[in-house]
Each structure stands twice: as C-alpha cells, then as structure tokens.
Design a binder for this molecule. Structure first.
Ligand SMILES: NC(=O)c1ccc[n+]([C@@H]2O[C@H](COP(=O)([O-])OP(=O)(O)OC[C@H]3O[C@@H](n4cnc5c(N)ncnc54)[C@H](O)[C@@H]3O)[C@@H](O)[C@H]2O)c1
Length: 268
C-alpha cells in the first residue's frame, strides 16, 4: 500500500508559539499531531504551553513542551537541545510567534519598539532556523514561516513595523529555499489574512475598530469573512508533508483572496 503523502507519521515537528490561546500556532500544533507528527511545542506562555500539552496528551500524541522565548539565544539553544535529547531528529520547524505592541505611524515609532518587534518577529525565526538547519542537513526537512498578507501589501493604519518584519520573513523564506534546496530542505511561508484569534478578538472589543476598521477588512476579503485558525491547518500539514515535495520558496496566502483583489476592484 502506498504511503499517504499527507501523513506526518514518523516525522517530528517543532512548533514555536504553540501555546493554547486559540491562536494560529495552537491550531497548527494540534493539526500536525492529528496528521501523525510527534510534536515539540514551545512558547513563552507557560500556562498556554501546559494546556496545549494536555490536549496533545489527551489525543494520544507524542510530545514534549519547552518554555522558550525565541528572541533569547540560550533559550532557543535549550529548546533544540531538548529535542535532541528526546531523540528522533527534526523534520519540520514551524515559526509562529509575533509581537505587535500597538499601532504607531512610522514617524512615531521608537527605536525600542522597532528593535523589540524585529527581535521576536525576525531574529527569533532566524535563531530557531539556525538551530534547525544543521539538524536537517543530513535528512532534509521542511521549514514553515508564518508571514502575513501585510508582508506583501501595505496595511497603513500604524502597521508599519509589523509589515516590515513580515516583509523580512518573506525574503528569509526565499533565501533559505534557494540555499538549502540541494540538501532537501524546503522553506515556505504561509501568509494569513486577518484571522479570528484572541488578539483580533480583543481589537473587536474596541467600538472604534469594530465600526471603522472591521468593515474595511471584510471588504478586502473576497471570501466575505475573517480567516479562522483552522483555515491555516491544512496548508501547514501540506507544507510539512511529502505532498508538497516540490514546493519550495513559496509565499502561500491563506487570505480568502485578499492579495488577489485589486484595491479598486469590485467583487460583488
Ligand atoms: N491573527 C491574525 O489576524 C494574523 C494575520 C496575519 C498573520 N498572522 C501571523 O500569524 C502568527 C500567529 O498569530 P496569532 O494571531 O495566532 O498570534 P497569537 O498571539 O494567538 O499566538 C502567538 C503565540 O506566540 C507566543 N509568543 C509570543 N512571543 C513569543 C516569544 N518571544 N517566544 C515564544 N513564543 C512567543 C504567544 O505566547 C502566543 O502563544 C503570527 O506570526 C502573526 O503575525 C496573524
């Protein structure tokens, strides 16, 4: 019987930002486990991490949990050392975390904010990738970076630094895809549009955001709805699995058609 190309059975995946808060990393971690992967989950949030670990345990999935700030090199080293000690190597790395402390127009951004956002959203991904690559060199692997539609087209409304960090992730993805294809290591990015996570839900509590920004967001989503974390799961399983063996260096929108839509286009 031929192997299901979408199966992750026998593969080990490291997912950062996997704490159970109803976000994208949480959904992807559970989804990769459902597809059969062994999971090393990491997050800066101890309670969230514990919760995801309990969910993985309840579903019978093999996993380890490691508290880790991806912006702190010793903590990232410790994460990958823990995966080494667990055994089985690493086949998949999914980089998810981000910080976005608040909207600010470009001329109002402090250097401290710029540095703090790049530290997690860009340097954190690099630090994890730098640990994963040597471990994948002999066996191949799949690296999945969570980017954003904001890394491709401009959002305005004070998203300047966030968008710059996501643009950097796109080039990081393409450079890695080219550098390591010969070693059988594929690197791709998933670009979600606005996704109903606790962060977005919090914004929706603000009447000004709900009345002013939400209709604009929905108008930019030809599917006519926000994404939900589960929308990202199938794409992550695909990119992690052998089903995507020829897919490398792709910036794959999961955005309901947002990036396909001309800003002056009509879709109704
Ligand atoms: N939610 C959206 O609308 C949306 C849209 C486009 C792209 N994205 C991208 O999707 C990814 C996940 O977004 P989300 O909304 O699910 O976020 P989230 O806040 O729900 O999840 C992010 C997780 O990362 C963890 N984290 C934060 N800083 C960390 C650090 N330094 N080290 C380790 N873990 C850390 C958090 O504790 C949290 O569990 C991000 O890269 C984000 O840019 C989200």
């Amino acid at each position: 019987m031929s192997r299901d190309p979408f199966s992750l059975r026998g593969k080990t995946a490291v997912v950062t930002g996997a704490g159970a808060n109803g976000g994208i990393g949480h959904a992807i971690a559970l989804g990769l486990a459902r597809a059969g992967a062994r999971l090393a989950i990491a997050d800066i949030d101890a309670a969230g991490l514990r919760h995801t670990g309990e969910e993985l345990k309840a579903s019978g999935g093999e996993h380890i949990s490691v508290l880790c700030d991806i912006a702190a090199p010793p903590e990232v080293e410790a994460l990958f050392a823990a995966v080494d000690a667990w055994g089985g190597g690493i086949d998949v790395l999914v980089n998810v975390p981000f910080v976005f402390p608040g909207r600010a127009r470009p001329h109002e951004v402090t250097l401290a904010t710029w540095d703090a956002m790049f530290a997690v959203n860009v340097t954190g991904y690099f630090l994890c990738i730098r640990q994963a690559l040597p471990r994948m060199l002999e066996r191949g692997g799949s690296i999945i970076n969570i980017g954003s539609n904001a890394g491709v087209s401009a959002l305005g409304r004070g998203a300047f630094v966030y968008s710059c960090t996501k643009g950097a992730i796109n080039m990081m993805t393409r450079e890695l895809a080219v550098e390591y294809a010969g070693a059988g290591i594929r690197t791709n990015a998933i670009l979600p549009a606005q996704t109903m996570t606790p962060g977005l839900e919090a914004h929706l509590q603000n009447p000004e955001f709900r009345a002013g920004v939400l209709p604009r967001i929905i108008a930019g989503l030809p599917l006519g709805r926000l994404m939900v974390p589960e929308d990202l799961v199938g794409t992550a399983v695909f990119l992690a699995s052998d089903a995507s063996a020829g897919v490398n260096g792709v910036l794959l929108p999961v955005d309901g058609g947002n990036l396909a839509l001309n800003a002056s286009g009509s879709y109704r």
